[in-house]
Write a new protein. Structure first.
Length: 113
């Protein structure tokens, strides 16, 4: 059985003025594992008032599930395209996602499969 650990950061307030939240999944490819990319995503999410998580995928990509306003999610994508020093981002794919309440209060880093 796989072990899953979460490291949480401060709670986020992800409600827009009208109370509407949206969610997206971003899949970042390139040299993005082993360079602090998940921590970078967590810091960017904190600045942008976004909840969700970041995790490494077995295929070498990093998945970011993000909950926030449309404007904050667009700003997060720009940050993800830039990445931290030492990362080489080849592509950031995104898809619409359902808002999962269990991830809508804070941004965490997931470990394990």
């Amino acid at each position: 059985m796989a072990l899953l650990k979460l490291r949480a950061c401060k709670p986020a307030s992800v409600r827009s003025v009208n109370g509407k939240m949206s969610a997206k999944r971003f899949y970042v490819s390139g040299a993005v594992q082993g360079v602090g990319y998940r921590n970078f995503a967590q810091r960017a999410a904190g600045r942008l008032d976004i909840a969700g998580y970041a995790k490494n995928l077995p295929d070498g990509r990093v998945e970011i599930y993000a909950v926030g306003t449309a404007q904050s999610l667009a700003a997060l994508r720009k940050e993800l395209e830039r990445g931290p020093y030492g990362a080489v981002v080849d592509d950031v794919a995104q898809e619409e996602a359902l808002v999962e309440e269990r991830f809508a209060r804070r941004f965490s880093i997931e470990y394990g499969a």
